[in-house]
Design a protein around this ligand. Sequence first.
Ligand code: AMP
Ligand code: MN
Ligand code: MN
Ligand code: MN
Length: 292
Amino acid sequence: MSTVVSEKNEHNSIVKRYDLHSHTRFSDGKLSPEQLIDRATNFQLDVLAITDHDTTNALDIAKRYIQDSGSKLELINGIEFSTSWQNFEIHIVGLNIDTQNSALQALITSQQVARETRAIGMSQKLAKCGFDNMLEQAKALAGEGSITRAHFAQVLLNQGSVTKMQSAFDKYIGKGKRAFVKPTWCDITAAVKAIHQAGGVAVIAHPMRYDMTAKWLRRLIIDFKNAGGDAMEIVLPQMNPEQRRLMLSYCLEYELYASLGSDFHYPSKWSDLGRNLTLPDNCKPVWQLWES
Ligand code: AMP
Ligand code: MN
Ligand code: MN
Ligand code: MN
């Protein structure tokens, strides 16, 4: 049996292991909430946030499972809202939210309507590309979870129309491609406001993934700050050292709290839950906002 030696920080207190961005089957993740909790527990994480796309439905199940299984994992109630900003789709993570809050649930409902409308439009466009019954099949995969483009990509992959998920985005459903439908997400201000009304903390998700110039990224961060946003993710497993340096510098310059997460969707060779996630010393960890 292997022994786990807990890391200690400069104050000689135990360093907790956090992963504050992950998905379940209730959006486009492949694991059930129970399987995700088991994985996090086995990987000896201390704190996990489940942040499904525009839904909180996994959270109660996960919480109950933690209690029933006797796991010591601390679950943070999270969500990942899709927002529209300047023709970009920006993801805003909410952490430590009260899932019962009515303003939060109202926003979730309107985002789900936007998902449904886009899915219908996408299915019609895919029909013109020669793919029938896409809506039914994508819905069957999504089950009771949020319907996402990842489900459409999975259907195309399963039926052999593409050879990998990424190709579905590159050929059909990515921005500007033949079956792309412009989504009608809320704006950043609405997402931040709903997260705050639910007592949570608003975080810019994976800032390096928007394919933006530095100038646009600064504009995004400034608008997010002006909307009352609290934090940004500066550590994800896929980031290279240059991206880490840059995101840390923005985080410090714009006085945001720092978050980290794997954006786990399913086990893969390249990333997994809780792997390689440590914040640099000179930033303010986002959990200070709810732990203190
Ligand atoms: P949606 O939120 O419905 O637009 O679905 C987007 C989801 O598809 C993302 O959260 C990713 O998990 C997944 N995805 C995988 N590859 C891509 C890609 N190239 N572009 C956008 N989303 C992708
Ligand atoms: Mn996703
Ligand atoms: Mn995202
Ligand atoms: Mn995500």
